[in-house]
Design a binder for this molecule. Structure first.
Ligand SMILES: [Zn+2]
Length: 92
């Protein structure tokens, strides 16, 4: 299955209730970006992977010598949320 299993999903997180005060200003190509809190949280939320992805999973011995190069597929992640239930990261 290609769809990521995401633990910690919320129907409506607190940050989704705060208004956008930058009028989606981040869409414009301005530097530095001046997005508001809402848009910042939205960007974080949209950066959550929706599909399986591969990570480096090399095996080392006790002397930190590389034994085997390999990757593993991450199929399940758990969201880490901030004070407004905004997504600050995820673990697997
Ligand atoms: Zn905004």
């Amino acid at each position: 299955m290609l769809n990521m299993k995401i633990n910690g999903l919320i129907k409506k997180a607190k940050w989704e209730s705060i208004p956008c005060t930058c009028n989606k200003g981040f869409v414009m190509e301005e530097h530095p970006m001046k997005e508001c809190s809402f848009c910042r949280y939205e960007i974080c939320w949209k950066s959550v992977p929706q599909k399986d992805f591969k990570v480096n999973d090399d095996q080392y011995d006790l002397n930190k010598k590389l034994i085997k190069k390999q990757t593993k597929t991450v199929k399940e992640i758990t969201l880490v949320r901030g004070s407004l239930e905004d997504v600050v990261g995820w673990t697997w």
